[in-house]
Design a protein around this ligand. Structure first.
Ligand SMILES: *[C@@H]1O[C@H](CO)[C@@H](O)[C@H](O)[C@H]1NC(C)=O
Ligand SMILES: *[C@@H]1O[C@H](CO)[C@@H](O)[C@H](O)[C@H]1NC(C)=O
Length: 642
């Protein structure tokens, strides 16, 4: 089996990050006052242009003015609200050519777009499911070196969804839309005509993609947003927007008749030791009794929650025997001494007194335990999760991947909800974790530091230590304030302490449970001949046969991997799909074929193997190189493990 996996690893076609997660998206929009309410809802839900890997938002009104309705409900806005770039031109619709030029100029000047495959200028009223859109875009280009092209729906580029590759934007930036006449600007499609003209002049290919966009503005029939199209327009009212989002596959209805294109994810069967980067190390602080151990046990048995990450660690003040008796044989708990709950603290928000747990002291101990144990260093990201967090590993990984290149991440912590850092999913880069490990003492000196909720303590700790913050709308969907179905876009959902709701949320995110991998019985018979000399002339030989029978899983039951529809499966390494095929009754054909090939390949692998085993333990902990192959390798130490 090892040979098989090594073989498959060796023949893997080089995969780029973009191929695993779909093409990356940089989105920008111009908004006016009338779209402000929609925008604040999109921001809190983490969808729309906030669901892209990076965004820029332009307006002629400052954020204070735009979001004045939302600011009463969100006191930290505009600082932690959507970032708005102020334009000098008015944004009255239709946009004047001067405003359009200014926006494109600002985007190219900003330069962030260069890190992404596709640049999308969209109307805020455009609905899209990021995965669908990525699927459609990936047909045209998913590598970092795409041609300069722009997509047309039919004969024209749709004004509300202008999709250009970064090469196209770079060419356009030189040209700057300068020779469009300003007089033509007051018609709604003047912008698109000008863009087409400039693209043509800049030698950018215009490619037809009928699935890119659906315009409902001129349609008199019912507006139904199907799973097969990339985007839909216009949806200004929030309930309409969400209805369209729902139809586009935002949330899975667990018991609906199965839809072939329904997004789904299931168990990962990656062989232990092979990781897709960025790798994630997740840890949890669990109470010694009550509902937390109950839920953790359930997750342990299914490789969910923290167990879905590439490495994991449990911290508690009691041993596994006490906390998880049924799973203690393969679950290690790092013990901290003292209480695992703190007292309560109070503060006033909008004149109301709210009570919060004062658990900074407890979590400081837990972080110290994580730092001391040290296996977090072998991973790209370190995440503290709550027990009640529903984790969709592949989407979580993809959200982290959008923030930085695994090997060049620097010291970062993720503000996971709008501009804030919420406690359930605290993600920091490995470098940030090391910085924090070294600087812990400076975080535990302020007066009454222990009397804070842990997320607030962590937030001030990391900013004292100079760890930078990045925002991600895709990391966490917060269901505390507003209960609603879980979706197929975010990486984590919180809080779901109740087992029934936890399972329901999983299903809504597209999870279906595949029973633990079937086991197979291996019988190995070894024959040994021992030669005994009783005298100089007489020799007896005894033949003894030993039969060893062991039960081993046919596939490695490791963590969880997402199956994001058929087109996504094609991009997965072969060994991930084998288990799925088995479930569908495609018996081992692939494995047998691969095993035969492996037979041929074994000799050539011999050298690689001996190098592997000869390598000292220390080198096996090294970060894998950030080459395409390393994306799928990386013998990073399994932290929790057996
Ligand atoms: C643990 O909690 C109990 C009850 O809340 C308290 O009396 C005790 O002092 C705490 N122990 C520590 C070490 O903080
Ligand atoms: C563990 O923490 C809990 C909750 O704070 C506390 O009640 C319990 O006494 C602690 N156990 C030990 C052994 O300290």
């Amino acid at each position: 089996m090892l040979f098989l996996f090594l073989f498959l690893a060796a023949v893997q076609v080089p995969l780029s990050t973009a191929m695993l997660f779909g093409p990356s998206l940089f989105c920008f929009s111009v908004i006016g006052q009338r779209q402000a309410d929609l925008l604040s809802n999109l921001f809190l839900e983490g969808i729309g242009l906030f669901g892209c890997d990076e965004y820029m938002l332009f307006s002629s009104l400052p954020a204070e003015e735009l979001f004045k309705n939302s600011m009463s409900a969100h006191p930290t806005w505009p600082t932690s609200g959507p970032v708005v770039h102020l334009l000098s031109h008015s944004v009255d619709m239709p946009l004047s050519m001067a405003a359009v030029r200014e926006v494109w100029h600002r985007v190219s000047e900003d330069g962030r777009y260069k890190r992404f495959n596709w640049i999308l200028k969209m109307d805020p009223e455009t609905v899209f499911h990021p995965d669908r859109l990525r699927d459609i875009l990936s047909l045209h280009c998913s590598h970092s070196d795409c041609d300069a092209m722009a997509l047309q729906n039919g004969e024209v580029i749709p004004g509300a969804m202008q999709a250009l590759t970064k090469a196209a934007v770079a060419k356009l930036a030189k040209n700057q839309l300068d020779d469009c006449e300003d007089e033509a600007a007051d018609s709604a499609d003047a912008e698109v005509q000008c863009l087409q003209k400039s693209l043509h002049k800049s030698d950018v290919k215009l490619v037809k993609e009928p699935s890119l966009f659906k315009d409902f503005s001129t349609s008199h029939s019912m507006r139904i947003c199907t799973l097969s199209l990339g985007s839909f327009w216009p949806f200004l009212a929030w309930p309409d927007y969400m209805t369209c989002m729902g139809q586009a596959g935002y949330s899975v209805q667990p018991d609906a008749p199965s839809n072939p294109s329904q997004v789904s994810w299931t168990r990962d069967v990656l062989q232990q030791g092979y990781y897709v980067r960025p790798t994630m190390f997740c840890w949890v602080l669990v109470q010694h009794k009550g509902e937390e151990p109950e839920l953790l046990k359930w997750q342990r048995q299914r490789d969910l929650g923290i167990f879905a990450c590439d490495g994991w660690m449990i911290v508690s003040n009691a041993s596994a025997r006490e906390v998880l008796p049924a799973e203690a044989w393969h679950t290690h708990i790092s013990i901290i001494h003292g209480n695992t709950t703190g007292g309560r603290t109070f503060r006033t928000v909008h004149g109301k007194l709210i009570s919060e747990p004062a658990d900074a002291g407890v979590y400081a101990k837990a972080w110290e335990a994580v730092f001391e144990e040290g296996s977090y260093r072998s991973f790209d990201w370190v995440l503290k999760l709550d027990v009640g967090v529903v984790v969709v590993p592949e989407r979580l990984r993809s959200a982290l991947n959008a923030l930085c290149q695994p090997s060049a991440c620097g010291s970062k912590i993720v503000h996971n909800f709008g501009g804030d850092l919420l406690g359930p999913v605290e993600a920091m880069s490995a470098k940030a974790a090391s910085t924090m490990a070294a600087g812990m003492h400076t975080c535990t000196t302020a007066a009454k530091w222990e009397m804070q909720p842990e997320y607030r303590w962590l937030s001030s700790c990391v900013s004292t230590l100079g760890i930078g913050a990045v925002r991600s709308a895709l990391l966490l969907s917060d269901h505390k304030a507003l209960p609603r179905p879980c979706d197929t876009v975010h990486g984590c959902f919180s809080p779901f302490m109740n087992l029934g709701y936890h399972a329901l949320c999983l299903k809504q995110s597209g999870y279906y449970y595949i029973a633990p991998p079937p086991t197979t019985t291996l019988t190995r018979t070894s024959t040994s001949t021992s030669v005994t000399s009783t005298s100089a002339t007489f020799t007896t030989s005894t033949v003894s046969t030993t039969t060893v029978t062991s039960t081993v899983p046919k596939v490695a039951p490791m963590s969880i991997f997402a199956f994001e529809g058929r087109s996504f499966q094609k991009k997965l390494p072969v060994w991930v799909i084998t288990a799925e095929n088995e479930q569908r009754g495609i018996p081992f054909a692939l494995e047998i074929g691969a095993a035969l090939l492996a037979m041929i390949a074994i000799p050539s692998l011999g050298c690689m193997l001996c190098r592997r085993s000869a390598a000292p333990a220390a080198t096996s902990r090294d970060e894998p190189q950030d080459t395409a192959e390393a994306l799928l390798t990386g013998p990073a130490g399994q932290a929790g493990g057996v």
